[in-house]
Design a protein around this ligand. Structure first.
Ligand code: MN
Length: 739
């Protein structure tokens, strides 16, 4: 459709759109607000006056439309509306951030700066680049969450006006929308925007699929309308008799969701039975709102037989996005199962628009705080992110789509967590320090390990101990991004500390051998031990996995190699350069372990997929040939897992220097006051050793104890035993082997 308007008509249209922007916003504006919004509009109008959109329309249509989404659908305040109007000014015109700051103050300038920064991110399509973009984008949240919200509005309008764009660009932008923006909108409770983004995303990434489903949906519309009418007519009388003010409408599944369901369940369009739901939206007062929902529920189920397993009560326990509604599936007319959603007008608005609507129903003061709370909550989700960008995105997306469970604190406070969350996740959700020191949990009054998977409705009390520290094994069972990030940070910190100590130890040891710890020697050591960085080296010395005999062996090799040194000089300097650049401790996957207990077992690599260390793998118990290792994406894997699930053994690659193992120490001696506390003190002062259990018995002044500890390696255990031996009265300290 070609765009043609005379200049006069165009100016009228701009004025009309601007007026429209101020009409339906959620927030009421003060006179100052109105003046500032006007000022922003005029600046944007002037700055973009020479620009047109690809459609031929004046550019200013775009910022006005974005500001409108921000005001109507997200429900943000004047500041965000101003920033939305200005969002492309610095990017596209001669105005600078300083100009914006001078005219509109620091906050608006900061938001506009954030938006400009995001559009400067690389636009390549590669998953890892996209992930990096996403990550950077989320990190701007530390500046101001409003940046993301305006960015989503910006993306929505761009998606709606993408027809004039070349097809290859359309696909790029659309897939980025599906990958990043739609999940984000979902998380933020912006359901209408999310649905629009998904549908538009599908329209441009898979136009044929989109059009086919659209056709089918259009065809079946009449039939659906009729069905809904029949349904309504049947219950209308009962609802009217109770004096309800309500309306009933059909809610069609979005094109994108239909497509997703067809894919995931391998069914045709006709085989999807829940293509639409029936929504009963009623007027109510604050006081009766909940009661009314259940009254309507009972009217509906009196008439139509309910499916008892399909009742969802989001009214008593709203989702963390604020969603409230009562869902039931009933056997409707023509013997068809149909979902009925019962909700008040207030709940309906929240369901469609998210938090903005939520706070509309509170008084001005609560509203202000509520929006702040919401923005803070979003920020918290992204806080403290580290690790590789791709990991981060995957973690984040897991949290986005995961089903939620609800658990209670001992005070009855409700916490929402993703499905499969463990006691440890819960501990981190309460407070970082509670997570770090988490020892166990009382779930509904019973003692459970920290890896215990929580269920909706559980009441959880966390047990902490100051001596508890995060271990690498914790990462195996936490599912929230928050817990993962905090644990990873803590591990990194402690590795750094060990590496620092290791460096000192190494300096001392080499001094004894008359060698100075120079860069050249460090590089030779790194090469000798087949490590990747100097930090790896220091870390391994620090935990004792590189010990004196190994160092001596290095020295003697070094002396022998001295002669041939000059020959290899060039090669070495190449190695050296690579080494100096990194100072991170790198995982070296050198050992395969099986099952929850991380046992070492004999195995063979399967020739069909040839896994290498670091691959995601599993073990398969063969009849004649022991355990065979397959990659998880091996073509044979699916059939093996489907047909012989009982012969599958979970397996993973680990860095053996970071693995811990349990050891039992037996102690005999002559008892004296304070002996137990001396022993425990020695153990807990020893970095990286954890006590699992302590069993002491005394008899006639004699003392016998079993202590189970976890340590990183044998030399660490040896050191520990030596120290305990020095305690007065201790006679023997031995490692014992038993289960
Ligand atoms: Mn824009």
């Amino acid at each position: 459709m070609a765009y043609k308007l005379s200049i006069e008509e165009e100016n009228k249209e701009i004025a009309r759109r601007y007026k429209d922007l101020l009409k339906g916003a959620y927030q009421s504006f003060t006179d100052t607000d109105k003046k500032e919004i006007r000022k922003a509009f005029e600046l944007a109008l002037e700055a973009h006056s020479q620009q047109r959109r690809l459609t031929g329309e004046p550019y200013i249509f775009h910022p006005i439309a974005v500001a409108k989404i921000v005001a109507y659908e997200i429900g943000l305040h004047a500041t965000s509306i101003i920033a939305a109007l200005l969002h492309d000014v610095v990017e596209d015109t001669a105005y600078t951030i300083e100009d914006i700051e001078r005219m509109f103050g620091e906050i608006v300038a900061k938001i506009v700066y954030g938006l400009t920064k995001i559009s400067h991110l690389k636009k390549d399509q590669d998953a890892s680049v996209q992930a990096e973009n996403f990550r950077k984008m989320l990190l701007t949240l530390n500046d101001d969450v409003r940046v993301i919200l305006i960015k989503i509005a910006d993306r929505l309008h761009n998606m709606k006006t993408m027809d004039a764009m070349p097809p290859d660009k359309q696909v790029k932008i659309a897939s980025e929308t599906l990958y990043i923006y739609a999940p984000l909108a979902h998380r933020l409770g912006l359901y209408n925007i999310k649905t629009e983004l998904e549908n538009l995303g599908l329209k441009y990434t898979e136009p044929e699929v989109y059009n086919e489903i659209l056709d089918r949906v259009t065809q079946s519309k009449e039939e659906q309308d009729k069905y809904i009418e029949t349904f309504s007519n049947i219950i209308r009388e009962s609802l009217d008799k109770e004096g309800f003010k309500y309306y009933i409408k059909g809610r069609r599944k979005s094109i994108y969701s239909i497509h997703k369901k067809m894919l995931s369940q391998g069914v045709t369009y006709d085989e999807i039975y829940d293509k639409f739901a029936i929504r009963i939206i009623y007027k109510s007062t604050d006081k009766d709102e909940k009661f009314d929902a259940w009254k309507i529920y009972s009217i509906v189920t009196d008439t139509f037989r309910p499916n008892p397993s399909r009742l969802r009560d989001w009214i008593s326990q709203p989702k963390s996005t604020g969603y409230e509604s009562l869902h039931i599936t009933v056997m409707g007319p023509q013997g068809k199962w149909v979902e009925v959603q019962i909700r008040s007008e207030r709940m309906n608005e929240i369901a469609e628009k998210g938090y903005a609507a939520h706070y509309k129903y509170k008084n001005a003061n609560e509203r202000e705080n509520g929006l702040e709370d919401w923005l803070n909550k979003i920020k918290d989700t992204f806080e403290n992110a580290n690790g590789s960008a791709l990991d981060f995105v995957e973690d984040f997306k897991l949290n986005l789509y995961a089903k939620e469970i609800f658990v209670f604190t001992p005070n009855g406070e409700l916490k929402a967590l993703p499905k499969n969350a463990t006691a440890l996740d819960f501990a981190f959700a309460i407070h970082t320090q509670v997570g770090m020191n988490c020892r166990g949990a009382k779930v509904n009054g019973k003692l459970k390990p920290i890896s215990h998977i929580l269920q909706s409705g559980d009441q959880v009390e966390i047990i902490t101990s100051k001596s508890q520290k995060p271990t690498i094994g914790w990462l195996d069972f936490v599912v929230t991004a928050r817990a993962r990030n905090r644990i990873k940070n803590a591990l990194k910190e402690s590795q750094k500390k060990i590496a620092e100590e290791g460096k000192e130890i190494l300096t001392r040891k080499l001094k004894h051998l008359k060698i100075d710890l120079k860069e050249k020697v460090v590089n030779e050591l790194v090469t000798h031990f087949k490590l990747r960085t100097s930090q790896d080296l220091f870390y391994r010395v620090g935990i004792g996995s590189i010990d004196n005999p190994m160092l001596k062996e290095f020295i003697s090799k070094r002396n022998n190699a001295f002669v041939s040194f000059f020959k290899n000089r060039i090669k070495r300097s190449a190695v050296k350069q690579e080494i100096i650049e990194k100072d991170e401790i790198v995982d070296q996957y050198d050992s395969l372990v099986f099952g929850k207990e991380e046992e070492h077992l004999d195995y063979k690599m399967s020739p069909c997929c040839n896994p290498i260390p670091g691959d995601k793998v599993f073990g398969f118990i063969t009849i004649n040939d022991g355990i065979k290792i397959h990659k998880q994406d091996c073509p044979n894997a699916i059939s093996l897992q489907a047909n012989y699930a009982y012969r599958i053994l979970s397996a993973k690659w680990i860095d053996s220097t970071k693995q811990e193992f349990k050891a039992i120490i037996k102690i005999y001696g002559i008892d004296h006051v304070g002996m137990v506390s001396e022993i425990t003190q020695i153990i807990s002062n020893n970095m990286n050793v954890n006590i699992h259990s302590l069993n002491i018995s005394g008899d006639d002044g004699l003392f016998e104890g079993n202590i189970t500890v976890s340590v990183k390696n044998r030399s660490q255990l040896q050191k520990l035993c030596d120290r305990i031996k020095k305690i007065e009265g201790i006679d023997t300290v031995d490692r014992i082997y038993k289960h």
